[in-house]
Design a protein around this ligand. Structure first.
Ligand code: NDP
Length: 514
């Protein structure tokens, strides 16, 4: 941590010396480091360095790139305590939020991409089934784009920023990562790790700066992988459209949980509390609102309130010292206050919390809200804080209707004793990732695509699409050397044309299936 300033100078390729951004620990309010506040022209310089380094990186092939990422995996695990201390200091989250989510993700994702990334990008032979192309060789291939820009949020500085850099690098691209100005230190530390793992200079660079640095990055790269709010995502897409630069967008959400009367209420309450309070509620896929069938409502609420009341909140000073950490972004704390106030003004009740915690640091008390409905922001807008609004519903159909009544479609969860019924409900939820009798754990299944519907995003991360999006696809169509003619060649001859027309009608006229 003490080396953050030097690391910053190295990772931004020495482009420091100008204005700086102070980095604060939100759990204490102390300034812990300063990083360069890069200007748009400096982004262009980084882009030049990245482009110059890319061909060499691509040329070493998958094996060479896998070796570097394998060394990085070892580095991450050897330096896990240092990475966790950095994440905890710049986000104010708990040790468990950093270790069990971020380090766990880094280890699992590196392992997955090293083992499977190359397979997803192998040439794919295509079988010719259309009569006119029988005998042709057809191949789909995936080639690195060149320079990829990754723009990340502050809530998970490793998982949601660096995580996307891994498949982009493995595919043979150079990468410039623009972390949130609130949480740049983790990215800088990981850049140090990649350099020590043998990554050539210029292949991975961190561009510390504010939103305008992110905007400038869009103009420089061949693809943008953006994670952040829906509002900024729209701006990113509009700017990228100027150059027709492809984007993937992982955006906000308002994830619902449906609890049916036959659910195991102990498990349902554990999941609801854990995934609404994890990272102090600042998680993209999470539990932002709950709908409970009337017969289970009272018992579920009792269990949730008991569990939330027992949570310890505060600065996390080591393992198991707190369950709920700080609010990383001061503005987010104001949004949480606004949503709770709006709900209380409209008739909701707070059974726990309901206010900012007094004293040092930026904390909002874990809050369970009841008597809520869809006139309230707490049920319709992304709160992104430690709140859990619970609404009683008559039946599963009403729950589903309310769950889908949202501009967002990131994640969702259904809790029921009947797995089959749960799956049928999950299939009707308007969200890109839905769990049955579980929640959010799907995110660490790196083999499973993850991406939002509606205002929650465009494209996916993870799975085949999670690495192919960092490539350009080329279709090869190859004929034999000594083939003199095909059907499609001049000159036309009446007898041949007649024969062909007849043959076509015979072949396709009766919906012939082979
Ligand atoms: P923001 O949209 O505010 O910022 C995201 C990133 O974009 C930051 O690095 C920011 O820089 C940068 N940025 C700001 N303006 C621009 C611009 N005009 N052009 C390019 N980049 C810009 O999101 P938050 O950081 O507040 O993150 C929280 C949001 O992210 C929540 O809505 C959450 O749901 C979502 N999220 C979604 C995930 C998913 O997988 N779907 C995962 C994690 C979070 P700076 O910070 O310096 O302003």
């Amino acid at each position: 941590m003490a080396s953050a300033d030097t690391t910053a100078a190295q990772s931004t390729n020495g482009l420091g010396g100008g204005p700086e951004i102070p980095v604060e620990n939100p759990a204490t309010g102390a300034v812990i480091a300063h990083v360069p506040d890069l200007a748009a022209e400096q982004l262009a310089q980084l882009a030049q360095l990245g482009r110059a380094a890319q061909p060499g990186w691509q040329a070493i092939g998958f094996e060479g790139r896998e070796r570097v990422l394998r060394a990085m995996q070892t580095w991450v695990m050897a330096n896990a305590d240092r990475i966790v201390a950095t994440i905890v200091a710049e986000t104010g989250k708990t040790y468990e939020d950093a270790y069990m989510v971020e380090i766990n993700y880094a280890g699992g994702a590196l392992d997955f991409w090293i083992k499977h990334g190359a397979d997803y990008l192998q040439d794919e032979p295509i079988h010719a089934s259309t009569l006119a192309v029988k005998g042709k060789k057809m191949v789909v291939r995936y080639q690195a784009l060149g320079l990829v820009g990754v723009i990340g949020p502050w809530n998970y500085p490793l998982t949601n920023s660096f995580g996307d850099c891994l498949p982009a690098l493995l595919a043979g691209n150079s990468v410039i990562l623009k972390p949130s100005e609130i949480t740049p230190l983790t990215s800088l530390l990981l850049a140090e790790g990649l350099a020590e793992s043998g990554l050539p200079d210029g292949v991975f660079q961190v561009a510390t700066g504010r939103g305008d640095a992110g905007a400038a990055l869009i103009d420089e790269v061949d693809m943008v992988a953006f994670t952040g709010s829906t509002e900024t995502g729209r701006r990113v897409m509009a700017r990228a459209a100027q150059r027709l630069t492809p984007v993937s967008l992982e955006l906000g959400g308002k994830d619902p949980m449906i609890v049916l009367a036959d659910a195991d209420l102990e498990r349902a309450a554990n999941l609801a509390v854990y995934y609404s309070m994890l990272n102090a509620g600042q998680t993209c896929i999470s539990i932002e609102r709950v709908y409970v069938e009337a017969p289970a409502y009272d018992a579920f609420v009792r269990k949730v309130v008991d569990k939330v009341a027992a949570l310890r909140q505060g600065e996390s000073t080591g393992p198991a010292t707190a369950e709920v950490g700080a609010m990383t972004l001061p503005r987010q704390l104001e949004i949480v206050e606004e949503h709770v106030r709006d709900a209380l003004d409209k008739g909701a009740r707070a059974l726990t919390g309901g206010k900012r915690r007094a004293g040092a640091g930026s904390f909002y008390e874990p809050t369970v809200l009841v008597d809520v409905d869809h006139t309230m922001k707490a049920m319709t807008e992304e709160t992104f804080g430690p709140t859990l609004p619970i609404m009683k519903v008559a039946d599963a159909e009403q729950a589903l209707k309310l769950a889908n009544d949202s501009p967002y479609g990131l994640g969702g969860a259904v809790l029921t004793g009947d797995r089959e019924r749960g799956e049928q409900l999950a299939r009707r939820m308007q969200a890109g990732a839905v769990c049955v009798n579980d929640a959010l754990l799907n995110y660490v299944a790196v083999e499973l695509p993850m991406g939002g519907w509606k205002a929650s995003g465009l494209g996916t991360r993870h799975g085949a699409g999670g690495i192919r999006k960092f490539t350009k696809q080329q279709s090869l169509f190859i004929s034999r050397v000594h083939l003199k003619r095909d059907l499609y060649m001049f000159p036309y001859k009446p007898a041949v044309s007649k024969l062909l027309f007849g043959g076509l009608r015979l072949l396709y006229g009766r919906g012939k299936r082979r």
